[in-house]
Design a protein around this ligand. Sequence first.
Ligand code: ARG
Length: 461
Amino acid sequence: NEGALWGGRFSTGPSPELVELSRSTHFDWQLAGYDLDGSRAHATALAAAGYLTPDELKRMLLALDQLGAGVADGTVTPLDSDEDVHGALERALIDIAGPELGGKLRAGRSRNDQIATLIRLYLLHHAHAISHHVVRLIDAIAAQADQHLGAAMPGRTHLQHAQPVLLSHHLLAHAWPLVRDLERLRDWSQRASVSPYGSGALAGSSLGLDPQLVADELGLSRPAENSIDATASRDVVAEFAFVTSLIGINLSRFSEEIILWNTREFDFVTLHDGYSTGSSIMPQKKNPDIAELARGKSGRLIGNLTGLLATLKGLPLAYNRDLQEDKEPVFDSVQTLEVLLPAFTGMVSSLKFNTPRMAELAPQGFSLATDVAEWLVRAGVPFRDAHEISGALVSHCEKLGIELHEPTDDELVAISPALTPTVREVLTVGGSIASRTGVGGTAPDRVAEQLAELTARVRAI
Ligand code: ARG
């Protein structure tokens, strides 16, 4: 098996079925650039320890650069006989540098420490890109919140009218989980910034290579503490898959509302034509497909996470080939979010809110009943009684088919002597919203404050 990374102790080459099963170049070739970075760092460590002369190092780095150019322009590609990205690159390096020099690079490293390092480099790179996309989405939500600081809407619990809130307040409630996702990615990247290089197959290196040098060259903070752990664990990959799932879930919850808001019955939003789709048969249709794809793809992201966790569950230490199955799920999660997030951001930026409709619905469904109860509390009525009285007012209005501010003074007193006509002062949406001045509340000043705080938090990440 010409060019293979192993074979010395075998009497025959691998069966064709094994080759077919074992090959991973169709997905791990995208790690080639990171593998070359690892090889440059490793060559530097080999030279520092005296295994490559300064001239050999120079020629090795030149050959690696040439190889990198070939990978980039597509002239170097994996062959059917290559098992994985590592084997393909070593074969191609030997084509360029010759077997004498090319054959020296593998000293002191194993594919096990190599791949554990590469997946970290890949994920760190894409965590950065995904964070960027999430920041843009948060900015788009914040811009919509900023534009609608005066607009009220029905706040809901159990999907029922609950209390009026500011539209901005509600929109920002979709932004904060994404801010925490950014913070999660930042915290994760500190844990991920560890270099398994030097761990070898599992037991560590006997060649006296400097692992900190390799870590520095790769922009990682330090070498791994335990070579067995470094080659056998993938919790860093699983944690990344968790954060990407959570981003998907956060988009999905927002999507569900956009889909509802976009129905004829709600009529809260209009989607931009450029961010909606049509029907092949029904000419009138304009569908919220971006939101639906976001909701659907969150299932896929969760699947990637659970698949990976199931792969890891029963594995004994140290490296097992099962670990090769860590890549496709996270590659898919990365690819999914990198396509989904820009489309989602465009949809959010271009949403048009029907604020008169939202304001009209805000006080309906007796959503100011809590304001009545709290007005009574401020007048000295115990909350238990206040709750009862306000409930009786709701029941009265419901029977007559009127709103809370509509009963006559006599009707109010009949429900409770505590219900003096001044209660009507709190029976407006604006009054209700303005009264919620507690931290994180829906009063306009508080919402303006949280908008500023959100922007500052995002800029600090
Ligand atoms: N392709 C493998 C992976 O992705 C790395 C190679 C390790 N192979 C081995 N037989 N030890 O995990």
